[in-house]
Design a protein around this ligand. Structure first.
Ligand code: ZN
Ligand code: ZN
Length: 225
């Protein structure tokens, strides 16, 4: 029974959680503090604290993180919300713009079944945990993370969630007109001169090519030098 991924995070009732006033570290809560009653964590975090680089997601200021953690058997269920502002570059006009970010988190942490890394050695002796039977890993799951040692590492999870909610093709606004492909003018600021010209009507291009094939004399004059 203990080896199954039987934890059911859906049985949570928000009002039954217990709030710990003094929470140690927002991003590395101690496993021992996370009980079946649950604990709440909240705070403002910078991109740096989350391990985000500007190539991942650039943040305007900090993100507000509020998480509830609850132990269900061997699993720790983490739910909550993340809110902040990302700075993104519009794929059409290439301008940076502020993009409000708000999403909910719902993930589970399970104890890593491999031997704990060296960081686990502090305090590990005081409570001997029954080692779970070695079993094949479940398929990689976006919502499943692993912990080892005596604390959770929330930063990598939050970083990943922030990257996951980032749009592949950010737009400063749905109807962004982008840049003129000829002169590079930002068409959101008004039309440029180029837009008046007829652009590449395929039939006109074809006709021009045919005419050139009929009169190869033009080519010869240009091909000398
Ligand atoms: Zn744009
Ligand atoms: Zn133009």
């Amino acid at each position: 029974m203990t080896g199954e991924r039987s934890a059911d995070c859906s049985i949570w009732e928000r009002d039954s959680r217990l709030s710990l006033g003094i929470m140690t570290d927002l991003l590395t809560p101690n496993i021992a503090d996370i009980t079946s009653d649950g604990v709440s964590l909240s705070g403002d975090l910078t991109g740096e604290e989350l391990g985000l680089t500007d190539t991942d997601v650039a943040l305007r200021g900090t993100v507000a993180v509020g998480l509830d953690l609850r132990a269900v058997d061997r699993t720790i269920c983490v739910t909550g919300v993340v809110e902040g502002t990302a700075i993104r570059q519009c794929v059409r006009c290439l301008k940076d713009f502020d993009d409000p970010v708000a999403f909910s988190v719902r993930v589970a942490y399970e104890r890593e079944t491999k031997p704990a890394p060296p960081t686990a050695k502090r305090e590990a002796a005081h409570k001997k945990k029954e080692a779970p039977a070695v079993e094949p890993k479940p398929e990689p799951d976006d919502d499943l993370y692993y912990y080892a040692g005596d604390h959770l590492e929330l930063a990598p999870m939050l970083r990943e969630q922030l990257i996951l909610v980032s749009p592949m093709h950010p737009l400063c606004r749905e109807d962004c007109r982008g840049l003129c492909v000829r002169c590079g003018k930002d068409l959101n600021e008004g039309p440029c001169g180029c837009t008046e010209e007829p652009v590449g009507n395929p039939f006109q291009v074809l006709r021009r090519v045919k005419e050139q094939l009929r009169e190869p004399a033009d080519r010869q004059t240009g091909g000398g030098a």
